[in-house]
Write a protein that binds this ligand. Structure first.
Ligand SMILES: CC(C)(COP(=O)(O)OP(=O)(O)OC[C@H]1O[C@@H](n2cnc3c(N)ncnc32)[C@H](O)[C@@H]1OP(=O)(O)O)[C@@H](O)C(=O)NCCC(=O)NCCS
Length: 186
C-alpha cells in the first residue's frame, strides 16, 4: 500500500516488483442501469456491461502492477441473466494469475433489486491484460502472493486456461478468412 507523507513525495514501503496478493488489488465498482444503458427490452445493454467489466478488470490489473495496461483478450464472457433498468450493478474484479507481462483477471457482475435487496449473478468474464511501459514495451509484472487455498486453486485453473488460450490463438483462422478474405489474415 502507498504511504503519503505530508505534502512531500509519495513513498512506497514495498518495491513495485514485490509479490502482491489478489486481495490488495481487488476492485469493487457500483453502477446503476439507466435508460441510456438499456436495450429495447428495458434491460442492460450488453456492450455497456462489457465496458464496465473492462474498466473494473483493468483497474485491478493496474493496481497489481502499477503500470498502464491494455486489454489483450476478454473471454468466457457469459450473460447469465438480464439486469433491469433501475437495478444496482456491482462489479468485483480480482487478479487470478500474474504470468510474465500479462495478468488474468476475473470479473463477476451482480445485479441487485434496489427495492427488496435480492441479488443474482448477472455476468462473468475473464480478461487478460498486458503491462506496458511509457515507451510501449512490455513490462514484467509482480508475482501473485497466494494467501488462501482458493487463491491457489484459482491460479492452477488460470494456468490451464492460459495454455488453452494461447494454443487457440495459434490455431486456424478460417472464419476470419471467410469474413474478410486471405489478404489480411495470417
Ligand atoms: C496485447 C498486446 C500488447 C500483445 O502484444 P504482442 O507483441 O502480441 O505480445 P506477445 O506475443 O509478446 O505477448 C505478450 C503477453 O501477452 C499475452 N497475450 C498476447 N496475446 C494474447 C491474447 N490474445 N490473449 C491472452 N494473452 C495474450 C502473451 O501470452 C504474453 O504474456 P506473458 O508475457 O505473460 O507470457 C498487443 O497485441 C496489443 O497492443 N494489442 C492491442 C491492445 C489494445 O489496444 N487493447 C484494447 C484497448 S485497451
Amino acid at each position: 500500500m502507498d504511504v503519503f507523507v505530508g505534502k512531500g513525495p509519495v513513498l512506497s514501503p514495498f518495491p513495485m516488483t514485490a509479490p502482491k496478493s489478489p486481495r490488495e488489488s481487488e476492485v469493487v465498482m457500483t453502477q446503476m442501469i439507466l435508460p441510456p444503458d438499456a436495450n429495447p427490452l428495458n434491460a442492460a445493454f450488453g456492450g455497456k456491461v462489457m465496458e464496465w467489466i473492462d474498466i473494473c478488470g483493468g483497474i485491478a490489473a493496474q493496481r497489481h502492477c502499477r503500470q498502464v495496461v491494455v486489454t489483450a483478450s476478454m473471454d468466457d464472457l457469459h450473460f447469465h441473466a438480464p439486469i433491469r433498468v433501475g437495478w444496482i450493478v456491482t462489479l468485483r474484479a480480482r487478479v487470478l494469475a500474474a504470468f510474465h507481462t500479462s495478468m488474468e483477471v476475473g470479473v463477476i457482475v451482480t445485479a441487485e433489486n434496489p427495492l427488496d435487496g435480492s441479488k443474482h449473478i448477472a455476468t462473468t468474464a475473464l480478461l487478460t491484460f498486458v503491462a506496458l511501459a511509457p515507451d510501449g514495451s512490455k513490462v514484467k509484472v509482480p508475482q501473485l502472493l497466494l494467501e488462501t487455498d482458493e487463491d491457489r486453486l484459482a491460479l492452477q485453473e488460470a494456468h490451464l486456461r492460459r495454455a488453452e488460450r494461447l494454443s487457440r490463438k495459434d490455431q486456424g483462422h478460417q472464419w476470419q478468412r471467410a469474413l474478410i478474405g486471405p489478404v489480411l489474415v495470417p
